[in-house]
Design a protein around this ligand. Structure first.
Ligand code: GSH
Length: 207
């Protein structure tokens, strides 16, 4: 039995994605809540863990992992019994990695730029995501056949992409499309999603 995963968390952050992922893998974890209003994420003790002073981070088997998408990929591989990542020799791994990286490299920045009303630069091609509309259209191709990105098989790519869709819908950075709504109804029905969501709500109340 290994030590529990240490999870540096604030329930009003991208850490929610990792919280859901931890509930999906079912591995023991211990939460270290960081009060961002008190700038606890900028204190030396936490900067020693994540020099960016950003949440979330995990420590597992003595190794620190930051970057939400990397944490999702790491947990899926570290706990294969949960079945959240195709095996190394499974061709579906290509699709899985494609959309996981698309989530972090294209979808997230497109949503954030939209939320912040950032003006589009002249050289749009220099943006990794090209344009907001192209990004949404591409993403729709990934989720529309359904029920999940790998078809019948739910994976860590759905945890990451689904969370971004949820966040984009909440902040209105994501234009509502029936395919996004249908996908959301599928992933929010998962027991692990419901467990994480209830636990996160409780943590926010206790604050
Ligand atoms: N690239 C990081 C981004 C993490 C991030 O920006 N977290 C935000 C909360 S959602 C944060 O800690 N912001 C506090 C700050 O930068 O001061 C990831 O994917 O985990």
């Amino acid at each position: 039995m290994t030590d529990p995963i240490v999870f540096y968390y604030n329930p009003m952050s991208r850490g929610r994605i990792v919280h859901w992922m931890l509930e999906e893998v079912g591995a023991p974890y211990r939460v270290e809540l960081l009060d961002m209003e008190k700038n606890e994420h900028k204190r030396p003790a936490y900067l020693a863990i994540n020099p960016m002073g950003k949440v979330p981070a995990i420590i597992h088997r003595g190794v620190t992992v930051t970057e939400t998408a990397a944490i999702c990929a790491y947990l899926a591989d570290a706990f294969p019994a949960a079945g959240l990542a195709p095996a190394l020799d499974d061709p579906a791994r290509g699709t899985y990695l494609r959309w996981l990286f698309f989530g972090a490299g294209c979808f997230e920045p497109a949503l954030v730029d939209q939320m912040l009303n950032r003006p589009q630069p002249e050289r749009r091609g220099a943006l990794g995501y090209g344009s907001y509309q192209d990004t949404l259209n591409a993403l729709e191709q990934a989720i529309k056949p359904g029920p999940f990105i790998l078809g019948d098989r739910f994976s860590a790519a759905d945890v990451y992409i689904g969370s971004q869709i949820g966040w984009g819908t909440m902040t209105k950075a994501l234009e509502p499309r029936p395919s996004f709504q249908a996908y959301t109804a599928r992933y929010t029905d998962r027991p692990a999603f419901k467990r994480f969501n209830a636990a996160a709500a409780k943590m926010m109340q206790q604050k």
